[in-house]
Write a protein that binds this ligand. Sequence first.
Ligand code: HEC
Length: 103
Amino acid sequence: MRVFPAADFARFFPSLLAIALVLAFSGCARKELPDQTSSNAQLYVARCGQCHAPYKPHTMTADMWRAQLPMMEDKMRQAGLPPLSDSDREQILDYLTANAGHQ
Ligand code: HEC
């Protein structure tokens, strides 16, 4: 068995720390989504987290979400992603508006 000298550990420690921090933060970010185990939330993450991390519902009002959704459907079309079905759109909008922020 090879014993690593302390100098090796010191050299790798910063990258280990960086990895730990990234994991901790991505874990946190996911936890911040409300009601995250619901099927609506999971559909939202699956469809709206492909190009960017899913935005937190409380960062926009319900009206803003209603306006944002068609713009994102344009982006999906441009990217060649499968379009939202009527029920997808309804579930995602339900999720976002139920957890939306207030002005
Ligand atoms: C095909 C890639 C793609 C998908 C899928 C996608 N988005 Fe986006 N989204 C973008 C891009 C690119 C931007 C950057 C801003 C822009 O160009 O309008 C963005 C920006 C946003 C913003 C920030 C807008 C602002 O004015 O700050 C929100 C909110 C958002 N998306 C929500 C959604 C929601 C909700 C869905 C699911 C219905 C979704 N996105 C799916 C590409 C995508």
